[in-house]
Design a protein around this ligand. Structure first.
Ligand SMILES: [Zn+2]
Length: 129
């Protein structure tokens, strides 16, 4: 690699790392707030009531009822939210969803930064002796 090409590559790498780092910082501070969360994704449940003369027997189901979708050891569980808890429980589970989604984005950026730095290492390392 010529000195010029390397300098140009370093310049772009530098720009890219600055951008990724800014993105990561922004994402991190959007989840570092300490507000309570509920372990579960917001979910809506529709149901049949079981009465044969009800519209839900063949038509549209009752609902939506607020619920949580909770993943534990590979299985998904649906937990119904009590009516009185609904407004705050939904906010807390949305916070959890945002946390999980943001964490996934941060991890993706971390991998990208790692890969860029490994690439730089591979292209600048010289044999010795
Ligand atoms: Zn019904």
């Amino acid at each position: 690699m010529s000195d010029y090409t390397l300098k140009k590559d370093i310049y772009y790498l530098h720009e890219k790392l600055v951008h990724l780092n800014e993105q990561r910082t922004m994402l991190m501070f959007s989840i570092v707030h300490g507000k309570p969360m509920i372990h579960g994704m917001p979910h809506e449940v529709f149901r049949k009531c079981g009465k044969k003369n009800c519209k839900c027997y063949e038509g549209p189901l009752h609902g939506p009822y607020p619920a949580l979708s909770v993943s534990q050891r590979g299985t998904k569980k649906i937990i119904m939210i009590k009516k009185d808890d609904a407004p705050t429980a939904i906010i807390k589970s949305k916070r959890y969803r945002h946390y999980q989604q943001t964490l996934a984005k941060i991890r993706k950026i971390n991998k990208e930064i790692d890969s860029l730095l490994e690439g730089l290492k591979a292209s600048t390392i010289i044999p010795y002796p």
